[in-house]
Design a protein around this ligand. Sequence first.
Ligand SMILES: [Zn+2]
Length: 559
Amino acid sequence: MFNRRELIGGGAAGAALLLAGNAHAAKRTLDVAYVNGTVWTGLPGAARQTAIGIIGDRIAAVGAAAVRAATGKMTRIVDLGGAFVTPGFIDAHTHFLTGSKLLSQPNLREAKSPQEFARIVGEAAKTLKPGQWLQGGSWDAELWGGELPSKGWMDPVTPDTPVAVQRLDLHMLALNSVALKLAGIDRNTPDVPGGVIVRDKNGEPTGILKDAAMELVNRAIPAPTQAEKEETVRKGIAHGLSKGVTQVHTTELDWITHETLRGLRAKGETDMRFYSFVPLQDWQKLLALVKAEGRGDDWVRWGGLKLQYDGSLGSRTAMFYKPYDDAPDNSGFPIHKQADVLQWATDADAAGLQITIHGIGDKANDEILDIFAKVAAKNGSHDRRFRIEHAQHLTQAAIPRFAKQKVIASVQPYHAIDDGRWAIQRVGAERLKGTYAFRSLIDSGARVSFGSDWPVAPLDPLTGVAAAVFRQTIDGANPGGWLPEQKLTVDQALHAYTATNAFSGFQDDRIGLIRPGMLADFTVIDTDLFKADAKQITDAKVLRTVVNGKQRFGEGSEV
Ligand SMILES: [Zn+2]
């Protein structure tokens, strides 16, 4: 018996060589032919195709004629029954380990009142052994009028369980009294720079910790083992594949996800691809890794760094020029000193590492753009692909700077239809003009990448496409679209989830398009997204997810 891998040269280099021409010219036939589909290839201006042929891990033929010509006796034929096909969805912004953990944690998004919050926490606590930490949550105080949770809500139902449940934006934790005690937090605990311990009028901690103060409790929680973390990520991978996701970028401020992914990769294919970011401050550690081992491979890749510049809109910690409309003494704050960020970014960029910085408020975004400009001026021109994660509130002057400075706006469309319910209360109508300004950015020539920020928003690109194209807020209050002038076309939204994200991860030569020679990553959906309304896109079902030439989700999967 022939070994197929040997036949195609044993790896990507051999396959690329063999497939450099069209499949007809190659001396062997397709392994798999997906036929009778409606294929959006992602190539600008290209007509729909109906068929995709695969040899090994690569796309070898596209289009009915090319696929037919390369089909042989051994080719497995998969009839797509007219289903819609897109290049595999890439999610440019996830907190993948955190999101994966939540798949088996209490869902506080369902809590619409303090009573429901307490009930869900109490029920989840019953499933744990005494002393075991209850985490996760994703609560949203806006659902019950805005009052922050307090230990008093939870204490009666959690006498033996330490609770530290997070706000859905990950910028606040709500603790019960057991957790406060284990974390050593009481009325005498001083505040933490870059964070807040919320206290009642008597000076007692209420249980809410914001931003850097969350570290006080995080270090009291015992760390899960490597095997437990890998098991958790496997659940996340299965979930992502079921949503048509073929790659995620993990935009993290620690190394935990990175190490977990490397552990998983050591055991074999990870089924979904990863591009792993680690903290900017640790650029020397990353550089040492790159020098010793390169940048990983197309399953788990690294070489990128992330920094958080400011906080979030929901927690009123995002940094603006002017105070919040609903908090006149507060305009947010930077997490790091500007001079430090400039130094880290200059050094990391000179070392050839990619940099992305989280920026939410208008002032934060301007300062990040200033830093990127200084770094580029100092280090000279090269293909650096700077990114700003969120780029959420921009001054009108900032919008054209993205294209001019070649900075990628890595945005999350679901946040727009979520925050759109209440953003005006925080920032007012004038500042909304540059809020989630996806269309303005694209029209100005900027590259716009799409992600979810999972678990802040669902790991579900279809909800993201619907959000970007229709901008209907999740409360149903804006059926014609919230800030409708910022709506995108389906084509633009799909590009943002595929080819642009491949570019944002320096992989546009091999993923993000359906074209001969590319790695065979694509997603099959039961609905033609170009002919659907918002609800039809959101409700569309992913039928199959193919990664690296193998179907890894859906009917007749190969793994
Ligand atoms: Zn994030």
